[in-house]
Write a protein that binds this ligand. Sequence first.
Ligand SMILES: NC(=O)c1ccc[n+]([C@@H]2O[C@H](COP(=O)([O-])OP(=O)(O)OC[C@H]3O[C@@H](n4cnc5c(N)ncnc54)[C@H](OP(=O)(O)O)[C@@H]3O)[C@@H](O)[C@H]2O)c1
Length: 235
Amino acid sequence: MTTTLITGANKGLGHETARRLVAAGHTVYAGSRDPERGRRAAGELGARLVLIDVTDDASVAAAVKEIEAGGGLDVLVNNAGIEARGPGNAVAGAGETTAELMREVFETNVFGLVRVTHAFLPLLRRSAAPVVVNVSSGLASLATVSTPGSPAHAYPGVAYPASKAAVNMITVQYAKAFPGMRINAVEPGFTATDLNGHAGTQTVEEGAEIIVRMACLGPDGPTGGYFDAEGPLPW
Ligand SMILES: NC(=O)c1ccc[n+]([C@@H]2O[C@H](COP(=O)([O-])OP(=O)(O)OC[C@H]3O[C@@H](n4cnc5c(N)ncnc54)[C@H](OP(=O)(O)O)[C@@H]3O)[C@@H](O)[C@H]2O)c1
């Protein structure tokens, strides 16, 4: 039996990933930072609720204890993320980007991901087939964002793409450090969720596809890569 934790599983891509992995037979811990939203989601999903705020050391430590007591962890899906859009769903461009905004976005998307991964490493190391999926973004790709004409080139924000580029680098370095684990970054595609005010053009079913696929990798699967549903992406 595979045991899987998904952070930020109370809605959006995390919720859909949890639904699919429950259906695939995983024992799923649906992570939520809010008890009420989490209880509702876990009930709908037939998953276990674990309270986890990725920005909070004590919350993450408590989640590790709970999942360890439940028998351990095989798959960690680092999904929780924010884009921090402003009024009217506007993305802060370079001229409006402050250190404070960068810190807010990095606190969840980067430091949160490292906090959670670091805390769960002992459990993952005890798994026979450990897997980590880091939910990145197409906007993490320096190659794509710097290519005129690509949709990502038109995105004006600084904090979010920079945070996801950091996630990609973290993925590469962890994958080298832990060759026994499958550790990959994924780009779900532009998906209609609360994160973008439902401006995304894909459904969560489409967006969760690559997250689910990489969460189900066996020991012979790729590691240290960056993928969307079509295959490997340029860094
Ligand atoms: N939607 C897209 O087009 C798209 C494209 C590429 C990548 N992504 C990535 O996909 C992931 C999921 O995003 P989504 O589109 O599904 O957005 P979403 O619907 O806004 O869901 C984000 C989830 O993260 C949780 N979260 C935020 N901060 C948290 C924290 N400090 N601790 C724990 N959980 C926290 C949210 O919980 P609350 O409900 O409590 O806020 C929510 O469950 C993110 O990493 C995002 O960057 C999304």
